[in-house]
Design a protein around this ligand. Sequence first.
Ligand code: ADP
Ligand code: MG
Length: 224
Amino acid sequence: MSAAITARGLEKTYARGAHEIRAVAGIDLDIDEGELCVLLGPSGAGKTTLLHLLGLLDSPTAGHLEVLGVSVTGLSRREATKLRGGRLGFVFQEFCLVPELTARENVALPAMLRGDLRAEPERWLRRVGLGDRLDHTPSQLSGGQMQRVAIARALASEPRLLLADEPTGQLDGETASEVYRLLAELNQSEGLTIIAATHDPLLAEHAPRKLRLEAGVLLPEGAP
Ligand code: ADP
Ligand code: MG
């Protein structure tokens, strides 16, 4: 089994005036390819900061990090962007769809921006159960459907690691479970490694692996 994530003493400190905030305060973490992990913790625990570090959207202030076997601690911004575009996918709480574009266009956009003209938005939209919503714009879709478009957009770059930050945070209970089930199903069928942050313990109930973050520190796994 190869490693998706290897972190040692990972830290992210923000300077706030005279004092510092240790948003991620020394994390050791190993995640294998093919795992589905839920990252739990109260608001302010450092979930978003950690996901940004793991997704190369931000760089750590200390520690060592390998993502998909590549040591990313000293990577240049250009190298990080390349790794991100080719192998990492992101899903955010706010969906982040372009309101003027249809589902099909939203899914095709990142690939087009990379100059990749082989994008098959229909295939990915069908994969998330939206084969009949190809030409709808975000305002014509429900919250759960918008998030599924965002998931299809992430899948279209054929990532090996999908990072999701509160992907169900704007959805009601039943829709949230549906989106979570879709992620679990993608993990099972495609072997896609997924790390999803949530503060909803109900959603995490069935997750194969739960990581609990508190004040920037991971609690020992398996503890009650
Ligand atoms: P979570 O996603 O678990 O709610 P965050 O990672 O957003 O937690 O935040 C962790 C801590 O880091 C919080 O105390 C937050 O205020 C602080 N923080 C996050 N981003 C910044 C930033 N850009 N500048 C300063 N402090 C930040
Ligand atoms: Mg957050």
